[in-house]
Design a protein around this ligand. Structure first.
Ligand code: HEC
Ligand code: HEC
Length: 333
């Protein structure tokens, strides 16, 4: 209830500012529901199969679906790709604190609907979990559940958050997504909190940003190697670059001034380059509506204040298409 009230209050505040704003009336900011894909999880949850062994490319391991969906002893397709996981990342604590690696994957590459933790500063990770716990980090669309993080944050021990944060901080984010500019996007369906390819055919992109795994089955197997494709309107990347480098409200708000020249983070400011564009977009919207309103997020408030949804799509396309780590700089576009 409290959560709904807070968001309703934010929306009202935005509308009020616009209507009494004086000089030039701007259209009120309306949260685009398509940026928060949600379909109900099937109830009762289907019983996962415990017989058929699955594989993913380049891994010699095999897991049944029952093992893949075990949040308290997670599948690890590529054990050599990361240091030994602390217990908080591999096992969690039953029955409420699932292992971080279940949703953010053992190498921290994450999934677009969860977020990439690889390479985020430990302090930032710890502060975000605290913000989920104390209700200062919500979702601008209450229908999209950040419940998993709220529930988890409530139950997880502080020492487990610290061990997980130190582990994820040391990992390197690799490039997994490809941003493609289109006028028409393949038809998609919604799988709980993510788009997946749907029926054959295309439809107008219509100003949206649609991120899909190349193969939904690999996403479901929690394969950290599955590529993602992000469809955005034609011209988005160049437009995003302009806004990011000049600043939406002048040079002081240029992304580079705080997030670093390559957007790879600077001191307490998190790296954003090469992260899932759909997630970047949602975070910009969350800052814009005040759904994210912990004390550090006030820094982002003036940055997003005047952005339209289309500006945010452009920024997410640009930021998400940047090299995610210094070694992959050659792939910069
Ligand atoms: C059941 C799934 C699930 C588990 C388990 C989980 N998370 Fe998350 N996590 C999410 C989702 C969903 C989000 C995205 C929420 C949002 O963007 O509003 C998220 C977001 C985050 C973020 C924000 C990332 C960013 O870029 O701002 C951090 C930090 C985080 N989780 C840390 C953790 C840690 C540490 C653990 C283990 C102690 C953990 N999570 C376990 C689902 C999970
Ligand atoms: C004045 C400094 C400043 C500027 C300019 C700035 N940021 Fe940020 N940004 C921050 C800080 C600080 C945070 C962390 C906020 C928090 O801890 O809640 C942040 C967080 C973010 C996040 C969330 C990352 C995550 O993993 O959750 C995104 C996305 C982001 N910024 C995008 C941008 C973009 C795009 C621009 C340019 C249009 C920009 N920022 C400009 C300071 C800045």
């Amino acid at each position: 209830m409290r959560r709904r009230t807070t968001i309703a209050a934010c929306v009202t505040a935005l509308l009020t500012t616009v209507s009494v704003g004086g000089q030039r009336a701007r259209a009120p900011f309306v949260v685009p529901t398509w940026a928060f894909p949600t379909s109900p999880a099937p109830t009762p949850a289907p019983k996962p199969d415990s017989v058929v062994l699955h594989r993913v490319p380049h891994s010699s391991r095999t897991y049944t679906m029952k093992q893949v969906t075990n949040g308290f002893d997670i599948p690890d397709w590529f054990p050599n790709a990361h240091p030994v996981m602390p217990s908080s990342v591999q096992y969690g604590v039953a029955p409420n604190a699932r292992a971080c690696g279940y949703c953010h994957l053992p190498d921290g590459q994450g999934r677009p609907e969860n977020g990439t933790l690889a390479g985020l500063p430990a302090d930032y990770i710890i502060r975000q979990v605290a913000a989920f716990k104390n209700g200062t980090r919500l979702s601008a669309n209450p229908v999209l559940s950040t419940n998993s993080m709220h529930t988890l944050a409530k139950w997880v021990a502080d020492s487990d958050v610290v061990s997980a944060a130190r582990f994820f901080e040391k990992l390197t984010l690799t490039r997994r997504n490809r941003v493609v500019e289109v006028t028409k996007v393949p038809i998609t369906r919604i799988e709980v909190m993510l788009y997946a390819y749907g029926d054959k055919g295309t439809e107008p992109i219509d100003g949206r940003l649609i991120e899909v795994p190349e193969l939904f089955a690999r996403h479901e197997l929690r394969d950290p190697g599955v590529p993602y494709i992000t469809y955005v309107p034609v011209g988005s990347i160049a437009r995003g670059r302009r806004i990011a480098t000049r600043g939406p409200a002048g040079p002081a708000t240029a992304c580079l001034t705080c997030h670093g020249v390559d957007l790879l983070g600077k001191e307490a400011v998190p790296p954003i380059a090469g992260r899932a564009p759909s997630n970047i977009l949602r975070q910009l919207i969350n800052f814009r509506t005040g759904a994210r309103h912990d004390s550090a997020s006030v820094t982002m408030a003036p940055v997003v204040e005047k952005l339209t949804v289309s500006d945010m799509v452009a920024l997410a396309a640009y930021v998400g298409s940047r090299a995610p780590n210094p070694l992959s700089r050659v792939t910069l576009r």
